[in-house]
Design a protein around this ligand. Sequence first.
Ligand code: ATP
Ligand code: MG
Length: 445
Amino acid sequence: MRNDLIIGLDIGSSFVRAVIGRQSSDNKLEILSIGKSKTTGYIINGDIVNVNKTSDAISEALKNIASTIEGKNNDYYFSSNISGGHINVNTFSITQARENAISPVSESELISLINSAKKSNLDKNPCILHTLPIGFQVDNLPETLEPLGQIGSKIKADFIVVTADQTKNDILKQCLISAQSEHLKTGNIYYSPLATASSVLNLDEKQLGVALVDIGSGTIEISVYTKNRLRHSKVINWGGDRITEDVQIGLNVSLEHAEVLKNKFGSALSKEIDINEVVLIPGIAGRKPTPISVKNLAIIIEERIKELTAIIMVEISKVTDPLLLKGGIVITGGGAQLPDIADLIQKVTGLESRIGEPMAIASTPQIEAEIKDPSYATAVGLVQVYFEQLNQLEVEEEIVNAPSDSKAGLRNNDSKGPNLKGLLRKTVEVLMGSNEEEENYPDEK
Ligand SMILES: Nc1ncnc2c1ncn2[C@@H]1O[C@H](COP(=O)(O)OP(=O)(O)OP(=O)(O)O)[C@@H](O)[C@H]1O
Ligand SMILES: [Mg+2]
């Protein structure tokens, strides 16, 4: 069990959501505190357009959760996210001849492959967020994620490379620095859907094939997994706010009323709604309240969700036949709270669909209930993904530190090397990319 406290900081187009998590005694993720602050207008479609206001929103969200951290020593980390249409996710392959065909594939060889892949991609875009191996193949052996120990004359490695616009990445870092919080010193930045996946998808789904759809206010993130590997991911500038705008225009109401109507009375299945059901919205300047047909509201929403469903199917079809996704579609993010959304998506696509709620326990029943909200999927996932990274390091270091007898059979001949501990740390760093080396932020105070 780790004692570190990790702050998950989801910087989204409508809210900054902050959570503090730690590892519980039975190895589960336990959330100790949650808080949020509004970012509407400061972040548009995932892009930060107002640095000062975004920094203020980060500070405010952190203040909301600070009571849990106060008095604790400073062994906490932060884990934040980056998203937006500027993110590119591409596959990349590299093949290398091996120096000695009968020596087993070693960890250092894999690191060298990953570094070569990074180097080749750095020429195209210097801002690499992640270089994730999705398969290695030695000669004609079956593709695997664990080629250590295999022998052969050449090795092929396939990667998913996630890159961002350098300026946008710098702006995000600037906001974190300007938030001037003592809680933001050491941490990582992750591509949002990687974090979200770790809090809502289970292993079986990833193995069977699943599409993860995070419906935010200004973006939709669609990721496709098969055989436990990320195959494709895309951020689209289309979010729940589009549905609100449609309601505003379609029902001739203000944007504020449209948002309330959607969130409180909306549904994705209009057929289920009685034609006589109405809600009254207050009239302006003493005028009479206006009756709004709940069925009409649902008809507008349903059409938008059908459009979204078509977008999801296009993205899935880029990498696989949608009908092969036996793990179906998992919908998360604030937009997943729309009643009947999973039923409609399932009806239209023929793929089993469910809502993805973050998987975590909490220190109080109140927090437990609050984090069941799919809007917290990314924030909780950010804590989870950081823990996975720290745990990976810990396990690797335990192996390195174990008595030499117990190491037999666990590692290839690299384990005898004097610098293995550093090498293992390096493995994690290169896998996660340049951004994922823990960022040390200067204390600006
Ligand atoms: N009950 C509800 N029914 C339908 N939509 C809802 C409901 N509650 C919230 N939403 C929508 O969820 C969206 C906000 O989701 P979320 O908080 O995940 O966004 P975000 O992470 O801030 O934005 P992004 O990920 O796009 O940067 C808004 O469009 C909001 O209208
Ligand atoms: Mg979001």
